[in-house]
Ligand binder design. Structure first.
Ligand code: KIV
Length: 259
């Protein structure tokens, strides 16, 4: 097996973990890339952390195309994957037509949400030569039906559905699968049973890789902090301090000359 799918399966077989992060613009993509991330996701989480919507359901294909272009200009090494936003992959043909526009904008692969339900779309994308990252467990594009970010896999029925989804996306040809907010015992059970890598978010350490929203990692979105994300920098606080000092200087409150 060649290409991205071959690389990812070899990586899993060798036990090399995948460090993935989101980025949405040129500077963040360049910083994330130069710091060594393996995979950059132009996530539709940009709807919240960049565009200020309450969730991802208002993000459009045009938004994703524009941000993919910016990320592509900044990242030279990491694999760039872009989310297909909601309502752009309702049928296999629509999925391929939408994904082609993201690939033209610079993405090397696309991600879509859902398991067995979107297997026909994954098959069509792979047949069209477009690598696919699947996404199962908690599905942010369905947040309104779900009524919040709830952990998945607690009941036997839910766990069985997640097992089925994992196998379905692998069989459809996805090169890896994001597992979002699934109970850690279940991801640890499923991961070794698959040939493709699992990339967890809020799903424990038993996955083949981890992904986080950059803003959660660096503290750039202080208004919502997922419990599972370890914040490793205080970026919002650094910006606030710099702006407050600048404003005070310009207002003449400090006696300092403004730059
Ligand atoms: O949109 C996004 O950032 C994502 C990650 C949370 C996996 O889908």
């Amino acid at each position: 097996m060649k290409g991205i799918a071959g690389e990812f399966q070899a990586r899993k077989a060798d036990g090399r973990k995948i460090a993935a992060l989101t980025a949405y613009d040129y500077p963040t993509a360049r910083l994330v890339d130069e710091a060594g991330a393996d995979l950059i996701l132009v996530g539709d989480s940009l709807g919240m952390v960049v565009l200020g919507y309450p969730d991802t359901t208002q993000v459009t294909l045009a938004d994703m195309i524009r941000h993919t272009g910016a990320v592509t200009r900044g990242a030279k090494n990491a694999l760039i994957v872009t989310d297909l936003p909601i309502d752009t992959y309702d049928t296999p043909d629509q999925a391929v037509a939408s994904a082609r526009q993201l690939i033209e904008a610079g993405a090397r692969a696309v991600k879509l949400e859902g398991g067995a339900a979107v297997a026909p779309q994954i098959r069509a994308l792979v047949a069209a030569g477009i690598p696919v990252l699947a996404h199962i467990g908690m599905l942010p594009q369905h947040i309104r039906e779900e009524g919040g970010y709830k952990i998945k896999g607690r009941t036997a029925e839910e766990a069985e559905a997640i097992r089925r989804d994992a196998v379905a996306v692998q069989e459809a040809g996805a090169f890896a699968v994001v597992m979002e907010i699934i109970i850690p015992g279940l991801t640890a059970e499923i991961t070794p049973s698959l040939q493709i890598p699992t990339i967890g978010i809020g799903s424990g350490e038993g996955c083949d890789g981890q992904i986080l929203v950059l803003h959660d990692l660096v503290g750039l979105y202080p208004w919502f902090k997922p419990k599972f994300a370890k914040q490793r920098a205080e970026t919002a606080a650094a910006i606030t301090t710099a702006v407050r000092e600048y404003v005070a200087d310009v207002h003449g409150d400090t006696g300092m000359t403004p730059p």
